[in-house]
Design a protein around this ligand. Structure first.
Ligand code: GDP
Ligand code: MG
Length: 371
């Protein structure tokens, strides 16, 4: 594997790039300034300058940076479940999300949804909340997962009653299972005359999603995203599942969340959609989101309402970033601003070097002079 370039190494060693090139030449290697060097060359060159090199796994370093205290059981309170809708193309994911958004969100909020914040909150008839991630599909889910992030508690698996279990249905099942996320089945398009929910249940059972009447534990609702039939039943079943999962969070601590999306706005700078997962995010809080430092300047919910604070399972649009984080980056409010800045700086350095070196990382700290 190749790691840093000649000029990076020169910088770390505090010498001129031409010195490194000369040293390499003396060691019998012709290198150019932008050439990446392998581990043994780096060690050889560094040794010429009395440096010791230690290679460290950058991922491990990132994990170690911020210590997040575990919550005490007595501090935990129930929180709204966070839902992702998945399923085969054309089985009705977008229609289902649209129906729920229109029918269930507008209820209490005069303006309905005016702002895309990446997720929205639904309040059921008996005043229970559910947070829906706004983008259906596997890509967002796997992108998050590949970054070690999990933004979902329950997957609603949409299967069209007039079709069958299809490749992307199976893919969704596999993703959900790999992530340890519960599956609630929505058999959609029940308004169609050719709807055959029994066939779907049968086929699902062959893929390990087994509804009660087949002796399993997966909740299933028969719905139509077109007429709205069965949607209340679906939401109720989602809440039953959520209750079984005992989803809890501690609203009285510094916030932790996840970046759902981010973009650069000409006037506001970076605007990111954040899902608060634990604690309460407040205006003025310093934070680190992936490698980006920031301070909460303003938050708005999906109704365009300004918020002073946002508790667990709340999606918000946030401004106040010093850079642009990526979807899946974790947002953490550390104990003070200094820590947030330090961690952001350290991560920026790690990511810079990681992108050059891909696999391994040599830190400045580890380049200790041999006395
Ligand atoms: P997605 O690809 O999973 O997001 O599927 P869409 O929501 O785009 O739906 C695909 C097609 O199925 C569209 O033409 C929808 O109007 C239609 N559709 C979705 N849900 C229903 C339903 O419950 N009943 C009927 N009859 N059509 C539906
Ligand atoms: Mg769609």
């Amino acid at each position: 594997a190749e790691f840093i370039t000649v000029s990076d190494l020169a910088e770390e060693l505090e010498v001129k790039p031409t010195d490194v090139i000369t040293t390499c030449m003396n060691l019998g290697m012709m290198v150019s300034i932008n050439q990446r060097l392998d581990a043994s060359t780096i060690e050889l060159v560094a040794a010429e300058y009395d440096f010791d090199v230690e290679f460290v796994d950058a991922e491990e370093m990132i994990e170690e940076e911020i210590e997040v205290e575990e919550d005490k059981p007595e501090d935990l309170e129930p929180r709204a479940p966070i839902i992702t809708v998945m399923g085969h193309v054309d089985h009705g994911k977008t229609s289902l999300l649209d129906y729920i958004r229109k029918a269930k969100v507008a209820a209490g909020e005069a303006g309905g949804i005016t702002q895309h914040v990446g997720a929205y909150e639904v309040v059921t008839d008996d005043d229970k909340k559910i947070t829906f991630l706004d983008t259906p599909g596997h890509e967002a889910f796997t992108a998050m997962r590949s970054r070690g992030a999990q933004a979902t508690d329950i997957v609603i698996l949409v299967v069209a009653a007039d079709d069958a279990v299809m490749p992307q249905t199976i893919e969704a099942i596999n993703h959900a299972k790999a992530a340890g996320v519960s599956i609630v089945v929505a058999i959609n398009k029940m308004d169609k005359p050719e709807a055959n929910p029994d066939k779907i249940k049968q086929q699902l059972s062959e893929h390990g999603v087994i509804v009660e009447e087949y002796g399993g534990t997966n909740q299933v609702a028969l719905v139509s995203a077109e007429t709205g039939d069965g949607i209340d039943d679906l939401l109720e079943k989602v809440l039953i599942e959520a209750e079984l999962l005992e989803l809890k969070a501690n609203p009285n601590r510094l916030a932790q969340g996840i970046v759902l999306e981010s973009r650069i706005d000409k006037g506001k700078g970076t605007v990111a959609n954040i899902l608060v997962q634990n604690g309460t995010l407040k205006v003025g809080d310093p934070f680190v989101a992936g490698p980006v430092f920031g301070r909460v300047r303003a938050m708005e919910n999906e109704h365009g309402t300004r918020l002073q604070d946002a508790g667990p399972s709340t999606p918000v649009q946030l401004i106040g970033f010093d850079g642009t984080p990526q979807a899946g980056d974790r947002l953490i409010v550390p104990k003070d601003e200094k820590t947030a800045k330090e961690v952001a700086n350290q991560r920026q350095q790690i990511r810079r070097e990681q992108s050059l070196r891909r696999v391994k990382h040599m830190t400045l700290d580890d380049l200790s002079r041999r006395m």
